[in-house]
Write a protein that binds this ligand. Structure first.
Ligand code: GAR
Length: 216
């Protein structure tokens, strides 16, 4: 099935590297009719055995693997990813636990059309080196009482693009990085990401400098 056959609004490509619970949240939202004017057209994984690929297969979504180590330079990796996404006619690229750095070439290819979910309240606990469980470890080490999740546009600066949605989540005294990660996913990420994707597909997001205005 080619994406151009789908006729269901914007084409959403989801980039993953691991378990894919955020991908699952998008699939579930799509099945529940909560993604207005958009449909997941492709899943691309940076890792061959990622469980996210099984989720895509189960949902009947075409999937691909492009590993960073197959390419000598960042520019070549960006270009390969970019041409695959263009072939698939992607209108929106969603980074859902995608653990590979994307360079300026890629950001330029899909300027203002890349969305990322990050497991903290940006600008806290973000930037280079803050990803996955490491974020929650840092939150606990710092003794923060509140954390959360952020969905934002992606630009050349790691976690530096305009913020679309955020939600706070309580840190509990007996939390481990794993328990905190689960709560942040359940209470914030899985809710925010489908909502932000739907808003994008409905053309309700306007970037003005560092800010995103949401049209009601
Ligand atoms: C999620 O918590 C996501 O926010 C985080 O990785 C996890 C992926 O889980 N992303 C980052 O840290 C990016 N900076 P998933 O594969 O189950 O969706």
């Amino acid at each position: 099935m080619s994406f151009t056959d789908m006729g269901n609004g914007k084409r959403i490509a989801v980039l993953v590297s691991g378990g894919g619970t955020n991908l699952q949240a998008l699939i579930d939202a799509q099945n529940a009719g909560k993604i207005t004017n958009g449909r997941i057209s492709a899943v691309i994984s940076s890792k061959p055995g990622a469980f996210a690929l099984s989720r895509a297969e189960k949902a009947g979504i075409p999937s691909f693997v492009i590993g960073r180590s197959e390419f000598l330079s960042q520019r070549e990796y960006d270009a390969a990813l970019c041409s695959l996404l263009r072939e698939n006619g992607a209108d929106l690229v969603v980074l859902a636990g995608f653990m590979v750095v994307l360079g300026p070439y890629f950001c330029g290819c899909f300027k203002d059309r890349i969305i990322n979910v990050h497991p903290s309240l940006i600008p806290s606990f973000c930037g280079n080196g803050f990803y996955g469980l490491k974020v929650h470890e840092a939150v606990l080490e710092r003794g923060a009482k509140v954390t959360g999740a952020t969905v934002h546009f992606v630009n050349e600066i790691t976690d530096g693009g305009a913020i679309i949605l955020q939600k706070a989540v309580e840190v509990k005294a007996n939390d481990t990085p794993e328990s905190l990660q689960k709560r942040v996913m359940r209470e914030a990420e899985w809710e925010l990401l489908p909502r932000a994707v739907s808003l994008f597909c409905e053309d309700k997001l306007r970037i003005e400098g560092q800010k995103v205005n949401i049209l009601l």
